[in-house]
Design a protein around this ligand. Structure first.
Ligand SMILES: *[C@@H]1O[C@H](CO)[C@@H](O)[C@H](O)[C@H]1NC(C)=O
Ligand SMILES: *[C@@H]1O[C@H](CO)[C@@H](O)[C@H](O)[C@H]1NC(C)=O
Length: 188
C-alpha cells in the first residue's frame, strides 16, 4: 500500500509539474509541497494535500470575501500560509470574539485584558485572513491584517496525494481533486 501511494503521488506530482511547466506556467503558481497543519480543516487536510493557485489574483487582484489565498507568511518570508479572506479593506473586524475578555476599544482595557476583544478597521491594500479551523489557526487574529502585496494567488483547487485514483466504491476520483469555492456571498 505504501509503495503504491508513493508511486501514485510521484506520478501525480510529475504530471502537474509538466502541466505547470507548459503553457499554464505563466498563469499558475503550483504548490507541490504538502500543505501542513490543521488550520484549514476541514477544507484542506492537515497533511498530503496540495493546492493549486491562480496567479492572476496575485497581489490581491480581483479577490473578495471568502476566497482562499496563498500568501507569504508575514512573520517568515521563507514560508507560505494558506488562509481564507474574512475581511476586505474598510471592513470593521472584531479581532477575536472567542476571547474571554469583554469587548473594548479603550487602550488601557485592552492592555489589561488579552487585547484581542476589540474592533479594528482593515486598512486599504490589506485583507483580514483566518483559517477555516479557527481554534487551530495562526492568522490575522495574531498578526493583524495581511498586506495584499504578500498574496501569491487564489487557491482554486486542491488534491489529496494520499487518496489514490479511486474512491472506496471503485469510482475514479483522481486524488480527490476538487475545486474550492468562495464560501461567502453578499445578499443580492
Ligand atoms: C481543528 O483541528 C483539530 C486538531 O487537528 C481537530 O481536532 C478539529 O477537528 C479541527 N476542527 C475542524 C473544524 O475541523
Ligand atoms: C484564473 O483567474 C482568472 C481571473 O479570475 C480567470 O479568468 C481564469 O479562468 C482562472 N483560471 C482558472 C483555470 O481557474
Amino acid at each position: 500500500m505504501h509503495r503504491y501511494l508513493k508511486l501514485a503521488s510521484g506520478l501525480f506530482s510529475w504530471t502537474l509539474r509538466i502541466v505547470c511547466a507548459g503553457h499554464l506556467g505563466a498563469q499558475y503558481l503550483c504548490e507541490f509541497t504538502e500543505t501542513r497543519g490543521e488550520s484549514m480543516l476541514p477544507t484542506l487536510q492537515a497533511r498530503h494535500d496540495f493546492v493549486y493557485a491562480n496567479r492572476t489574483h496575485r497581489l490581491g487582484r480581483g479577490l473578495d470575501m471568502g476566497d482562499i489565498v496563498v500568501a507569504v507568511k508575514p512573520s517568515d518570508p521563507d514560508h507560505n500560509v494558506c488562509k481564507r479572506i474574512s475581511g476586505m479593506p474598510g471592513d470593521v473586524i472584531l479581532v477575536d470574539p472567542s476571547s474571554s475578555s469583554t469587548v473594548s476599544n479603550s487602550v488601557s482595557t485592552c492592555e489589561r485584558n488579552d487585547g484581542f476583544n476589540k474592533f479594528v478597521v482593515v486598512p486599504e491594500g490589506h485583507v483580514w485572513v483566518t483559517g477555516d479551523n479557527l481554534s487551530h489557526s495562526l492568522d490575522s487574529r495574531s498578526y493583524m491584517w495581511l498586506p495584499m502585496g504578500l498574496i501569491k494567488g487564489k487557491v482554486s483547487a486542491a488534491a489529496s496525494l494520499d487518496q489514490g485514483l479511486f474512491d472506496k466504491d471503485g469510482k475514479f476520483w483522481f486524488f480527490n481533486l476538487r475545486w474550492l469555492k468562495r464560501n461567502f456571498e453578499d445578499e443580492p
